[in-house]
Design a protein. Sequence first.
Length: 178
Amino acid sequence: MSDITVAKRYAVALFQIAKEQNLINQLEAELRVVNEVFTNDNELLGFLAHPKMTKDAKRTVVANAFTSISPSILNTVLLMVERHRTDEVPAMAKEFIELANEENSVADATVYTVRPLTENEMEAVSSSFAAKIGKKHLRITNVTDSNILGGIKLQIGNRIYDGTISGKLDRLSKQLLG
């Protein structure tokens, strides 16, 4: 079974529990933290990958590291550790977040601008582009990029909306040459 299939199964099971307990938003926020830890904490990942560490030692470390998260998430992560699926924890978290976004009609978006956007500007971008993709709201991550002369570039999933000056100039150049 492929790794993504395994991650999806864990995410779907956890999502069903979250939906039954009406905790989708809380578990989504906690899974973002779990994803961050399992993506960036090389010391923890090295410990969990070490073949001489017992399952009990790994379970104890994970349980101590995540004392403040929901029992549902903790049990899922512990089960994945026990079954040597620690590599799939970030993928499981991302799958859960996608399920939660779909349930809440939210999309994650990255906005590239020359300067940081204000709250009002982020809200305007969110309302404008959310309607275009059939969502209620966009969860925006603002990235400042000094290569942008002006305007914004927005990425939602694998779609890119390029409203930058350099993007417009490139399209105009292709139009004139083609």
